[in-house]
Write a protein that binds this ligand. Structure first.
Ligand SMILES: *Cc1c(COP(=O)(O)O)cnc(C)c1O
Length: 405
């Protein structure tokens, strides 16, 4: 075991090289912005799967719950357990599939709430929970056109009726997921919405006809919207919206930018580790993908593709130093990158480089990288590895520290 001094020295050392800053004030702001779009009775689920899109699940969850979220969404059971172990009591929906009796016991033990996608799965859940003599709220997933998890929307009434008759299962919600909510063309989203409505009506009729609703049962909650749909229309909000991306300050599409003002939460920073002058004709990094065409000040920075900078950005990205844009040159290596810092001839070892984020008037966002790489900002956010410590900054952190006293 390391002593406390050694542990804190190690923590400080990990932040010497490169780190990720998480702005909790921006996070709280984004949650409040999304909440402001909702009707008073509509709940906000903050989606914190994949370690809160790389931001750190526990810190994000606590901040989001303080800022107005009332539900959390995760992809896996271990992600849910991590939140429970951090003392978080809010309801947690597991968006991914869970099937085995071991998984079901863990879900029950940790007070998590599963997604039910098929009748077979419902029967296994019911059987396992009966043997535990424990009831569990469950969430019915309908496939209205995403072709991912869920029972076909046309079989919704049969599925719901079956689950109502399964001992130890209580239907807490019925939901579906949209495939094209970020598209400028709403045609497919409208069709999915229509199918969700049709499923809702079919379920209501079935409950009525089978007198299931006479048992004092309330119609389950409904939810459909991700970030893009939450930004698009209140018609899509139902009883809850499941918001991931906007929490982290990014827009799913440019045409949705005018709806609310979001602030990026994540910044990626690293330090200059060496500065040198190279002569014209000198090759830089593996494969000499860059050759200096004139004398150049070159800086080496301690961050690379093993930290999550996509290697395909080699020679295509800029970073920020002292509020200026500086080009990255040569192949991105596992742990280090090189920069052409000729515009800052007196640059010193130890100075901070903003790899992603804001410095002065410039801002480099996950969107910018995504565009260069032909991918989406979700993937960029999730790409930063745990070698980079997550450092909380901003108002939210101070409020939280005070709240604890
Ligand atoms: C990831 C996920 C979300 C959140 O999506 P964003 O576009 O990031 O808001 C919502 N619902 C489900 C089922 C998901 O898997």
């Amino acid at each position: 075991m390391l002593s406390w001094d050694q542990t804190s020295a190690l923590a400080a050392m990990r932040c010497e090289r490169a780190w990720v800053e998480i702005d909790l004030a921006a996070l709280a702001h984004n949650v409040q912005q999304m909440k402001s779009l909702l009707a008073p009775q509509t709940q906000l689920m903050t989606v914190v799967k994949a370690d809160a899109y790389g931001h750190g699940a526990c810190t994000v969850a606590q901040t989001a719950l303080q800022a107005g979220a009332s539900w959390l969404g995760v992809a896996t059971i271990p992600e849910g357990i991590e939140l429970r172990q951090a003392g978080i009591n809010a309801p947690i929906l597991i968006l991914g599939a869970t099937n085995t009796p071991e998984q079901i016991r863990a879900i029950a033990q940790w007070n998590l709430q599963p997604t039910l996608c098929t009748p077979q799965q419902a029967l296994i859940f019911s059987e396992t929970l009966s043997s535990l003599n424990q009831n569990l709220p469950v969430h019915i997933k309908l496939d209205t056109g995403m072709s991912r998890l869920g029972t076909n929307w046309q079989e919704a009434a049969d599925f719901v009726q079956l689950v109502y008759h399964c001992p130890n299962l209580e239907i807490a919600s019925i939901y579906s997921h949209l495939a094209t909510a970020d598209s400028v063309d709403p045609t497919i989203m409208k069709e999915q919405h229509r199918r969700f409505e049709a499923a809702k009506n079919a379920i209501a009729n079935r409950l009525n006809n089978t007198k299931l609703d006479n048992l004092g049962r309330q119609f389950p909650r409904l939810h459909l919207a991700n970030t893009a749909a939450a930004l698009t229309s209140r018609n899509l909000h139902y009883d809850m919206v499941r918001v991931g991306l906007a929490t982290y300050g990014l827009y799913p599409a440019t045409h949705l930018k005018q709806v609310v003002e979001l602030k990026p939460v994540m910044q990626v920073k690293a330090r200059v580790t060496q500065v040198k002058t190279i002569t014209a004709g000198t090759g830089v990094s593996y494969g000499y993908q860059f050759i200096a065409d004139q004398e150049m000040r070159l800086a080496v920075v301690g961050i690379g593709y093993a930290d999550g900078i996509p290697r395909n950005l080699s020679n295509k990205m800029k970073v920020l130093i002292r509020g200026q844009q500086v080009p990255q040159v040569g192949a991105i290596t596992m742990d280090q990158i090189m920069l052409d810092v000729s515009v800052i001839p007196d640059l010193q070892v130890g100075e901070v480089v903003t790899v992603l984020g804001k410095d002065g008037n410039f801002q480099i966002g996950a969107d910018d990288w995504a565009e260069t790489l032909g991918t989406i900002s979700w993937e960029i956010l999730c790409s930063f590895k745990h070698r980079l410590p997550r450092v909380a900054v901003g108002e939210g952190r101070r409020q939280k520290a005070e709240g604890r006293r």
